[in-house]
Design a protein around this ligand. Structure first.
Ligand code: IPM
Ligand code: MG
Length: 375
């Protein structure tokens, strides 16, 4: 078979798989819901690089904060080993089968950063987990209170440029193609999540951010469906933005504080949430939720910082991001009082300590201690 024919066959297989996926989303089971007394198993996946260090601190905080529930058995913490870059490379699996099985036995997951090898064919562990657990909403809050900024990003998390990001084609040395995928049902569920959040939290506007002038099929569909859904929420204004000018306006003090809720396809959300987190004080300060109907995974927004480990300064990593992710996890499982308590303690620690990421500043351990003291 020629490389050309191989590429065509590959494309056909992708098309079939994506049509199946679209069908599965349409027929998904109703979402699991929680009350304050639902028993919950929380899987703890430290990841690699600085992951184990920030996870240790977060675990110490959990032991203190959730003491009663842990003793009563309404909350169970389940450490899950084996999702390290060394093991993933050795097995040639982005998420080894035993890890995936352990993860699926939990209700929710708290996850440290995992290293993604650049190039090659190994998919990012995050992307695999988001797909396998169908975690379609990547929810990322960013706050700069002194400027009146209170943003929340609803990033589509299972399709777009990511879903086939490791399955593009290079039929010859002269050409490479990747694919971007948008489905009707996949768009509806993320847009609805954003508008529901807006409605429940008294927000008055949602920014629909695409590049529909260029990505006419995929973003065109996203934008069209978003407006269809917006029509069901007459009290909420739906604003159309292109991603480039939105990136500019996030650093425009004249208007940025009026943005409230954002909904956007996967890759734009990836890029702009790092930008937003940086405005808040750095990616080390931001938490991130990956929400699906059956599972949810909470993580730091940043990567595993291999450079810090190489330089031997990993002890100065900032656990704030993972603690912010824990706050979101607690809200998701309806442990609102514990979430409020933790949020106050993290704010206090963050205001008091100097986390510079290197010797001279405070360490991860200092941060953990400060949070526990402030609980
Ligand atoms: C994120 C990260 C991931 C992504 C990486 C680690 C695969 O940047 O969660 O934003 O690109 O989605
Ligand atoms: Mg990112």
């Amino acid at each position: 078979m020629s490389a050309y024919e191989e590429a065509l066959n590959h494309f056909k297989a992708l098309l079939d798989a994506q049509l199946d996926r679209a069908e599965r989303i349409k027929n998904a089971a109703p979402a699991k819901s929680y009350t304050a007394s639902t028993p919950v198993t929380v899987g703890l996946v430290p990841g690699d690089g600085i992951g184990p260090i920030i996870m240790d601190e977060t675990k110490r905080v959990m032991d203190a904060l959730l003491k009663d529930e842990l003793a009563a058995g309404t909350l169970t913490l389940k450490p899950i080993d084996g999702l390290t870059i060394e093991r993933r490379l050795e097995l040639g699996k982005s998420v080894p089968a035993d890890v995936l099985e352990a993860v699926k036995a939990c209700d929710v997951l708290l996850k440290g950063p995992t290293t993604t090898p650049k190039g090659g064919t190994m998919e990012s562990a995050n992307v695999t987990l988001r797909r396998e657990l169908d975690l379609y909403a990547n929810v990322r809050p960013v706050q700069i209170p002194e400027e009146g900024i209170d943003w929340i990003f609803y990033r589509e998390n299972t399709e777009g440029e990511y879903v086939l990001g490791s399955q593009g084609i290079s039929p010859c040395d002269d050409l490479s193609m990747d694919f971007k995928v948008t489905t009707d049902a996949g768009t509806r569920r993320i847009v609805r999540a954003a508008f529901e959040y807006a409605r429940l939290n008294g927000k008055t506007s949602v920014a629909i951010v695409t590049k529909a002038n260029i990505m006419k099929k995929t973003d065109g569909m996203f934008s069209r469906i978003a407006h269809e859904i917006a029509a069901e929420y007459p009290d909420i204004e739906a604003e159309d933005w292109y991603i480039d000018i939105m990136a500019a306006n996030l650093v425009n003090p004249a208007i940025r504080s009026r943005f409230q809720v954002f909904v956007l396809p996967n890759l734009y959300g990836d890029i702009i949430t790092d930008e937003a987190a940086q405005l808040q004080g750095g990616v080390g300060t931001a938490g991130s939720a990956n929400i699906g109907g059956q599972y949810a995974m909470f993580e730091a927004i940043h990567g595993s910082a291999p450079r810090m480990v190489e330089q031997g300064i990993q002890d100065w990593a900032n656990p704030e991001s993972l603690l912010r992710a824990l706050i979101m996890l607690l809200r998701h499982i309806a442990r609102t009082a514990a979430a409020d308590r933790l949020e106050k303690a993290v704010n206090a620690a963050s205001a008091r300590l100097k986390m510079t990421g290197e010797p001279g500043g405070n360490t991860a351990r200092d941060f953990g201690d400060a949070v526990i003291a402030a609980l």
